[in-house]
Design a protein around this ligand. Structure first.
Ligand code: SF4
Length: 238
């Protein structure tokens, strides 16, 4: 949060979340607005926006539907750093080339629940223990070396909070190196209705989430608002 980044959105998603804020990158009826670009053409667009070194966030839709190896490796040669945001339902070997991985499993309020196991497998795909984790139903304690990674869970209500707890409780089965960061983020309920959110209501939910985690003794999670929503509402291109 607070670090400028270039966003590359990839069209298509295997989920249909009730509160998705980027349906223009998800639903087939927007396909006419998408462009098919080779890695070199994407890099040309990035150069036009910001010279390296800067962060490039690969988002969607679900970018894990694609093979982004060439884009990442070529971009890194030019000095860009690549972060991925994905829900974790699909994991790919190229995750290990990333400079940062955020797995954002979807909680019950979304209508598409990512299982805790899918979440762990996506995190492990960026590291060296994929095979071990993928063949283990309940992971034994395995060691995973990988790019810095974050689990970010959007929380709207008590059910979502309990879902986040369940994922947190599974993580100690894996010895992540460097340590995994856990982030709880306040949900923005209105984007699919095309309305801007009410900042006061968002801050109320933010205070509820902080109080809920502190009352629970959960002190090692980063608890954040969606800063871009507070600043820009649901505007695109910011
Ligand atoms: S996973 Fe993300 S991009 Fe896909 S529908 Fe859900 S919120 Fe939207």
């Amino acid at each position: 949060m607070g670090v400028p980044t270039l966003f590359v959105r990839f069209g298509g998603c295997d989920y249909r979340c009730s509160w998705c804020d980027s349906l223009y990158a998800v639903l087939p009826e927007y396909r006419d607005t998408w462009e098919k670009l080779e890695p070199g053409a994407i890099l040309d667009r990035l150069f036009a926006l910001a010279e390296p070194p800067s962060w490039v966030t690969l988002s969607g839709g679900n970018p894990a539907l694609f093979d982004l190896t060439d884009l990442i490796l070529e971009g890194q040669l030019h000095g860009y750093k690549f972060a991925l945001e994905t829900q974790g339902s699909i994991h790919k070997p190229w995750f290990r080339h990333l400079d940062h991985l955020t797995v954002s499993p979807k909680p019950p309020s979304s209508g598409n629940v990512t299982t805790p196991r899918e979440t762990l497998l996506a995190l492990c795909a960026a590291g060296t223990a994929t095979t071990i984790a993928a063949t283990t139903e309940t992971p034994a304690r395995v060691s995973v070396t990988r790019p810095p990674s974050t689990v970010k869970i959007v929380v709207f209500d008590e059910d979502d909070y309990r879902y986040a707890q369940a994922i947190r409780d599974l993580v100690p089965a894996i010895a992540f190196d460097p340590p995994l960061e856990f982030c709880l983020s306040v949900g923005n309920a209105r984007p699919s209705q095309g309305e801007d959110p009410d900042p006061a209501a968002l801050m109320d939910r933010y205070r509820w989430l902080i109080d809920r985690a502190l009352a629970d003794g959960w002190h090692d999670a980063r608890i954040t608002p969606q800063l871009h929503v507070l600043l820009y509402g649901n505007r695109r291109g910011v």
